[in-house]
Design a protein around this ligand. Sequence first.
Ligand code: PLP
Length: 368
Amino acid sequence: MFDVPSDPTQDSVVNYSHLVADPQRCQFASDNYAGICPEAWQAMTEANAGPAPAYGNDVWTFKAADLLRELFEVKCEVFFAFNGTASNALALAAMCQSYHSIVCHERAHIETDECGAPEFFSNGTKLMLVSGDEGKVTPEAVSEVVTRRDDIHFPKPRVLSLTQATELGTVYSLDELRALNEVARRFELRIHMDGARFANALATLKLPPKEVTWKVGVDVLCFGGTKNGMAVGEAIIFFNRELAEQFAYRCKQAGQLASKMRYLSAPWVGMLQNKVWLKNAEHANRCAARLHEALSQVPGVKFVSQRQANSVFAQMDPAVLEGLREKGWKFYTFIGAGGARFMCSWSTTEADVDALAADVREIAGRLA
Ligand SMILES: *Cc1c(COP(=O)(O)O)cnc(C)c1O
């Protein structure tokens, strides 16, 4: 979120202090507060050793795409974009006509946090929202919404969009994905997966990536790199290769074709080698588990959802949250179903988690 500084024409010296995060302190607002992990940084340094062909015709980009094909054990088409919003919006546009609709959870990022980009890039495809506990779409809800109408006056459902891990920090199990695939096939819906935190989901599921993607009918996966430890970049992976036809033009038109593409793709090589992406996610998940455990000991703290990935959604006295903010902690309260969201990343430490938990305990105790 942008904090707009007060009118800069009024002051010769603008005060930015409210924008500066304390470098000594980890923050729990989001995993994109974290910096670049050493392996991604190292790969960028190596990619910077000299000139290279532009627009993705370089060794790094070819290698990153091949490593992704290796990871998913399948022939698939891979594209790299700057961010998740563009990846989701462009992928969805490739999966739909403008008279179609996309079924997603009411808390889905594509609905709540992309400023209408999916509708914009698909020229008006409608999002059809369903509710469901723990941020999850259920087969029953999908079935209900797509059978509500079948006449010419209603946009034809064409895509089921799932977020893995979900916006409430939960993870679809293999069985849940299979059931969703079944309902999707029954109604001829393609499956899009918003995997901004796909790595965190896999760290929890402990399954080969193919088992929870193309083998359960996922046509397109937007695999997040930014929140996993890269500077920028998401991989758009088409398991359904027909849908990738002419997709490069969509990326270019949307301003998502990086001319120095190697700086988007090299970090993927750094992250995919030696499973750094998985280690980062496992670490972030472990930190969240530690925080969940510590907060569950504090009287008055309740949880909005299960802790299954790298976040903890907690409800507590607003005065406690206020106290945390006064102590300089940053976290979001507008995401998900209320409460405070504490998000861990590759760079969170156990000491950070313990310091936050200690402050919650101290403030809650003082107010009790
Ligand atoms: C962060 C996030 C994205 C991507 O957001 P950008 O800011 O556009 O990179 C997409 N989906 C989910 C669920 C996210 O949390």
